[in-house]
Design a protein around this ligand. Structure first.
Ligand SMILES: *[C@@H]1O[C@H](CO)[C@@H](O)[C@H](O)[C@H]1NC(C)=O
Length: 456
C-alpha cells in the first residue's frame, strides 16, 4: 500500500480494543470456506472463519457489570489508560456484531465488506478481517511456488475506495505468546502490522499506543501514537472499479512484526529512512501504460465478477517473479504488457523489472534496499496472514491508486497517471457522503501449486 490510510474508523458511542478478551459481547467469527488445490487440479474445501481486527472493537473498562469506555472517538480515557501497561490491564476488547455494527457478512465462500454501516451505536466506516484456521489462530500461508486465486466483485466500488486483499507477516497467535500482556490474541484480531508501519493501532506488542497519541485531523475515529507496527506485506489486490495494483513491500529488519519508533517508522517526508519499503514495487496496468486493459467496460471488466490469479515463481535463489492472470467469462486473460519503450516485454514483477520501472518513473528503489523478491519469499516461508479490507484514504485520497500522483508532477510523465479518477473524488468526506453503500465481495479463494487453481 502507499500512504496507507488510517483506515480505522467507527464512530461508536464508544469504541474499540484492548488486550484482554471481553466478557460482555460474545465473539462469533463468520464462517468462510476456501479451497486448497493439488497439482492435478482437484481442490478440497476447508471450512475457515474470519475475524475483525481488534482496532475496530469496543474497548471496555474491564470491571464486571460496567460499560465504560477505555477509548472514545479518537481519545483515550485517562482514568483507565494513564500509561500503556495499566491500560492493557484495565481494558478489554469485546466481541463484535459483524453484520449489525460493521457490515461484514459471509455466505459459503463469499465475504462482503460494506463501506459504511449505521449500527445501533453509531456509524462504522471501513473494516479489516483476517482468515483463521482455528478459533484462536490465523491461517499461515507460504505461497513460494504456489498460486493464489479469488473472485472479486468491484462493481460497487468507486473512485477513492480500496477493496484490498493482501498478506502481512503477523504472528499466528496475534502476538499472545511473545507479549504476555496480550491475552486477547488472534481470536480478537490482535497483532496487525504492515509495511507502512501502522501507527494508528491502539495496541502494539501488548501495550496501549497512547503515548504522544494525536487525533487524526480528518478522521473523527482515528489517531496515531508514538509507535508503529511493521512487517513484510504482499498486496495481491488493491483496487476499485477504476484501477488495480499488486505490490510486494519488504522490510529489511527480517520481515516479522516489530514495533518501530521515530525514523524507523518513517513519515511521508523521510519515507525511505524507515524499516520498511513504503512504496513497494507495484504493477498497475494503467500506470504501466495500458489504459484500456482493466476498468469499467474495459477488456477486463470491473463491472462484472473477475477471477484474479497470482503466481509466485520461486527458484534456487528464492522468490523471483510474481505473475498475474485474469479469468472472465471463461477466458484467461494474461496481464497487460507495459507500453513504455524499454518496458514493452514486461507483464510481471521481478527485481529487474522493479529496477527498470523505478528508473523510468523517477522513483527511488527502496524495494531493492529492503531485500526485494527474495525477502518477500522469506516472509512467505515463515508464514503470512491473509487480510481483506475496505478503506478510504485520509492521507492521500487514494490518488496513488486511481488518479494522478503526486499532484505536483506533470501527468504526462511516465508513472504519474495511475487511473482515470478525478483529483477531488477520493477525499474521504466526499466518498463517505456520496458512496455510503459501496461494498466489495471477495469469493472462491483457492490456493495450490502453479496452474492448479484455474483452467487455461
Ligand atoms: C503453467 O502454465 C503455463 C501456460 O500453459 C506454462 O507456460 C507454465 O510452464 C506452467 N507452469 C507450471 C509450473 O506448470
Amino acid at each position: 500500500m502507499f500512504p496507507k490510510a488510517a483506515l480505522v474508523a467507527l464512530s461508536f458511542a464508544a469504541v474499540v480494543l484492548g488486550q484482554q478478551p471481553g466478557s460482555v459481547d460474545a465473539e462469533n467469527h463468520p464462517r468462510l470456506s476456501v479451497q486448497q488445490c493439488t497439482a492435478g487440479g482437484s481442490c478440497t474445501t476447508q471450512q475457515r472463519e474470519v475475524v475483525i481486527d481488534a482496532n475496530w472493537r469496543w474497548l471496555r473498562h474491564d470491571v464486571p457489570n460496567t460499560y465504560n469506555n477505555c477509548y472514545t472517538g479518537s481519545d483515550w480515557n485517562s482514568e483507565y489508560c494513564s500509561d500503556p501497561v495499566s491500560c492493557a490491564e484495565n481494558c478489554a476488547v469485546e466481541g463484535a456484531n459483524y453484520q449489525g455494527t460493521y457490515g461484514i457478512t459471509t455466505s459459503g465462500n463469499a465475504l462482503t465488506l460494506r463501506f459504511m454501516t449505521q449500527g445501533q451505536h453509531g456509524k462504522n466506516v471501513g473494516s479489516r478481517v483476517y482468515l483463521m484456521d482455528s478459533p484462536d489462530t490465523y491461517q499461515m500461508f507460504d505461497l513460494n511456488n504456489q498460486e493464489f486465486t479469488f473472485d472479486v466483485d468491484m462493481s460497487q466500488l468507486p473512485c477513492g475506495l480500496n477493496g484490498a486483499l493482501y498478506f502481512v507477516q503477523m504472528d499466528q497467535d496475534g502476538g499472545m505468546s511473545r507479549f504476555t500482556t496480550n491475552s486477547a490474541g488472534a481470536k480478537y484480531g490482535t497483532g496487525y502490522c504492515d509495511a507502512q508501519c501502522a501507527r494508528d493501532m491502539k495496541f502494539i506488542n501488548g501495550e496501549a499506543n497512547l503515548l504522544d497519541w494525536g487525533s487524526s485531523p480528518t478522521d473523527p475515529n482515528a489517531g496515531k501514537g508514538r509507535y508503529g507496527t511493521c512487517c513484510n506485506e504482499m498486496d495481491i489486490w488493491e483496487a476499485n472499479s477504476m484501477a488495480t495494483a499488486y505490490t510486494p513491500h519488504t522490510c529489511g529488519q527480517g520481515g516479522g512484526q516489530v514495533r518501530c519508533e521515530g525514523t524507523d517508522c518513517a513519515s511521508f517526508e523521510d519515507r525511505y529512512d524507515g524499516i520498511c519499503d513504503k512504496d513497494g514495487c507495484d504493477f498497475n496496468s494503467y500506470r504501466m501504460g495500458d489504459k484500456e486493459f482493466i476498468g469499467r467496460g474495459k477488456k477486463v471488466d470491473t463491472l462484472q465478477k473477475i477471477t484474479v490469479v497470482t503466481q509466485f515463481i520461486t527458484g534456487s535463489n528464492g522468490m523471483s517473479e510474481i505473475k498475474r492472470f485474469y479469468v472472465q467469462n471463461g477466458q484467461v486473460i494474461p496481464n497487460s504488457y507495459s507500453t513504455f519503450p524499454g518496458l514493452t516485454d514486461v507483464n510481471s514483477l521481478t527485481d529487474e523489472v522493479c529496477e527498470r520501472q523505478k528508473e523510468l518513473f523517477g522513483d527511488f528503489n527502496d524495494f531493492a534496499d529492503n531485500g526485494g523478491m527474495a525477502e518477500m519469499g522469506k516472509g512467505f516461508e515463515k508464514g503470512m496472514v491473509l487480510a481483506m479490507s475496505i478503506w478510504d484514504d485520509h492521507e492521500a485520497n487514494m490518488l496513488w491508486l486511481d488518479s494522478q500522483y503526486p499532484l505536483n508532477r506533470d501527468p504526462s510523465e511516465p508513472g504519474i497517471a495511475r487511473g482515470e479518477c478525478a483529483q477531488d473524488t477520493g477525499d474521504p468526506a466526499y466518498v463517505q457522503a456520496n458512496h455510503p453503500n459501496a461494498q466489495v465481495t471477495f469469493s472462491n479463494i483457492k490456493y495450490g501449486p502453479i496452474n492448479s487453481t484455474f483452467t487455461q
